[in-house]
Design a protein around this ligand. Structure first.
Ligand code: GLN
Length: 235
C-alpha cells in the first residue's frame, strides 16, 4: 500500500507535505505508522502542483525511492501552490516499476493517486487504454474518462470505486485526486485522514504530524474538499 497526501489552501511548498512534518511523506516512505499492507514505500514517488489555479498541473515522477533523489529537497522547497499532491509507492506484486506506473497520474487539469490493488478484470472494461499495465494506471484512466465526459471529480471517483469494488470484492481502492480547485478522495480498504487548518485542508493516508485536529475519514466514503467546504458522504 502506498501513502499519499494533498493540500488545498493558501500557497505552500511541497516540502510542507514531504520534508518538514515529522511524519511527512519522506518519513512515511520508510517508516509509515498506519500502513496496513507493506512496510516500506521504495518503488518510486511522484508529485503534482499547479502553477496557477485552473491551469494544467506540473508533474514530477521518479521510479526510485524518494530518499535517493538528491535534487528533491531544493525543488520541494521552492515549488509552491494552492493545490499539491504527493505519493510514495510500494508496488503491488506483478506490477511494473517504472515512471508511467507511478502516481500521480494526470490528464488535463486532473491528478490522481491510488493506494491499494484491484484485479485486472475489474477495471479493464472501465477505460479504453492506460499509460501502464499497472492497476492504478487503469483506475486513473477510468476516472479521467468519466471526468472528461462531464462528471464531477468526486462522482467520477465514486462511480469507478463502486463498480470496481463490486467486481473485485478483495479490491482496495483508496483514491486521491485534485483539479487545482478541489480535492476528492475515497476510503475503500485503507486509512485516510483530513485536517482543517486556518488556511486550508490537508488530506493524507495517515497524519503527517502528531498535532491535534486530524480526523479519520470512515471506511467506504467519499471526501470532497473545496476552499470553503469539507464533505464526507457514504459510498
Ligand atoms: N497497486 C498499485 C501499484 O502497484 C498501488 C500499490 C499500493 O498502494 N501499494 O502501484
Amino acid at each position: 500500500m502506498c501513502r499519499h497526501a494533498a493540500w488545498l489552501g493558501a500557497a505552500r511548498s511541497l516540502a510542507r507535505l514531504i520534508h518538514e512534518p515529522e511524519h511527512g511523506l519522506l518519513t512515511q516512505s520508510y517508516a509509515p505508522r498506519r500502513q496496513r499492507y507493506g512496510t516500506i514505500n521504495a518503488d518510486g514517488y511522484g508529485m503534482g502542483w499547479y502553477d496557477q489555479a485552473g491551469g494544467e498541473p506540473v508533474r514530477y515522477r521518479r521510479s526510485v525511492p524518494i530518499w535517493t533523489d538528491a535534487n528533491l529537497p531544493g525543488l520541494a522547497r521552492i515549488a509552491r501552490s494552492t493545490c499539491l499532491l504527493v505519493a510514495v509507492r510500494s508496488a503491488t506484486v506483478g506490477m511494473p516499476i517504472e515512471e508511467s506506473a507511478t502516481a500521480p497520474f494526470s490528464d488535463g487539469r486532473w491528478l490522481l493517486s491510488h493506494n491499494g490493488r484491484v484485479v485486472r478484470d475489474a477495471v479493464r472494461d472501465l477505460a479504453d487504454d492506460a499509460e501502464s499495465a499497472c492497476d492504478s494506471a487503469w483506475v486513473a484512466a477510468a476516472v479521467f474518462q468519466r471526468a472528461q465526459a462531464g462528471l464531477g471529480l468526486g462522482e467520477a471517483l465514486a462511480e469507478v470505486v463502486v463498480h470496481a469494488g463490486e467486481k473485485d470484492p478483495g479490491a482496495r481502492l483508496n483514491l486521491l485526486a485534485c483539479d487545482g480547485a478541489s480535492i476528492a478522495a475515497t476510503v475503500w480498504g485503507d486509512t485516510l485522514f483530513h485536517h482543517r487548518l486556518h488556511d486550508g485542508v490537508l488530506v493524507a493516508s495517515e497524519p503527517l504530524d502528531d498535532l491535534p485536529g486530524w480526523q479519520v475519514v470512515p471506511e467506504r466514503s467519499l471526501l470532497t474538499v473545496t476552499r470553503d467546504d469539507v464533505r464526507v458522504q457514504p459510498l
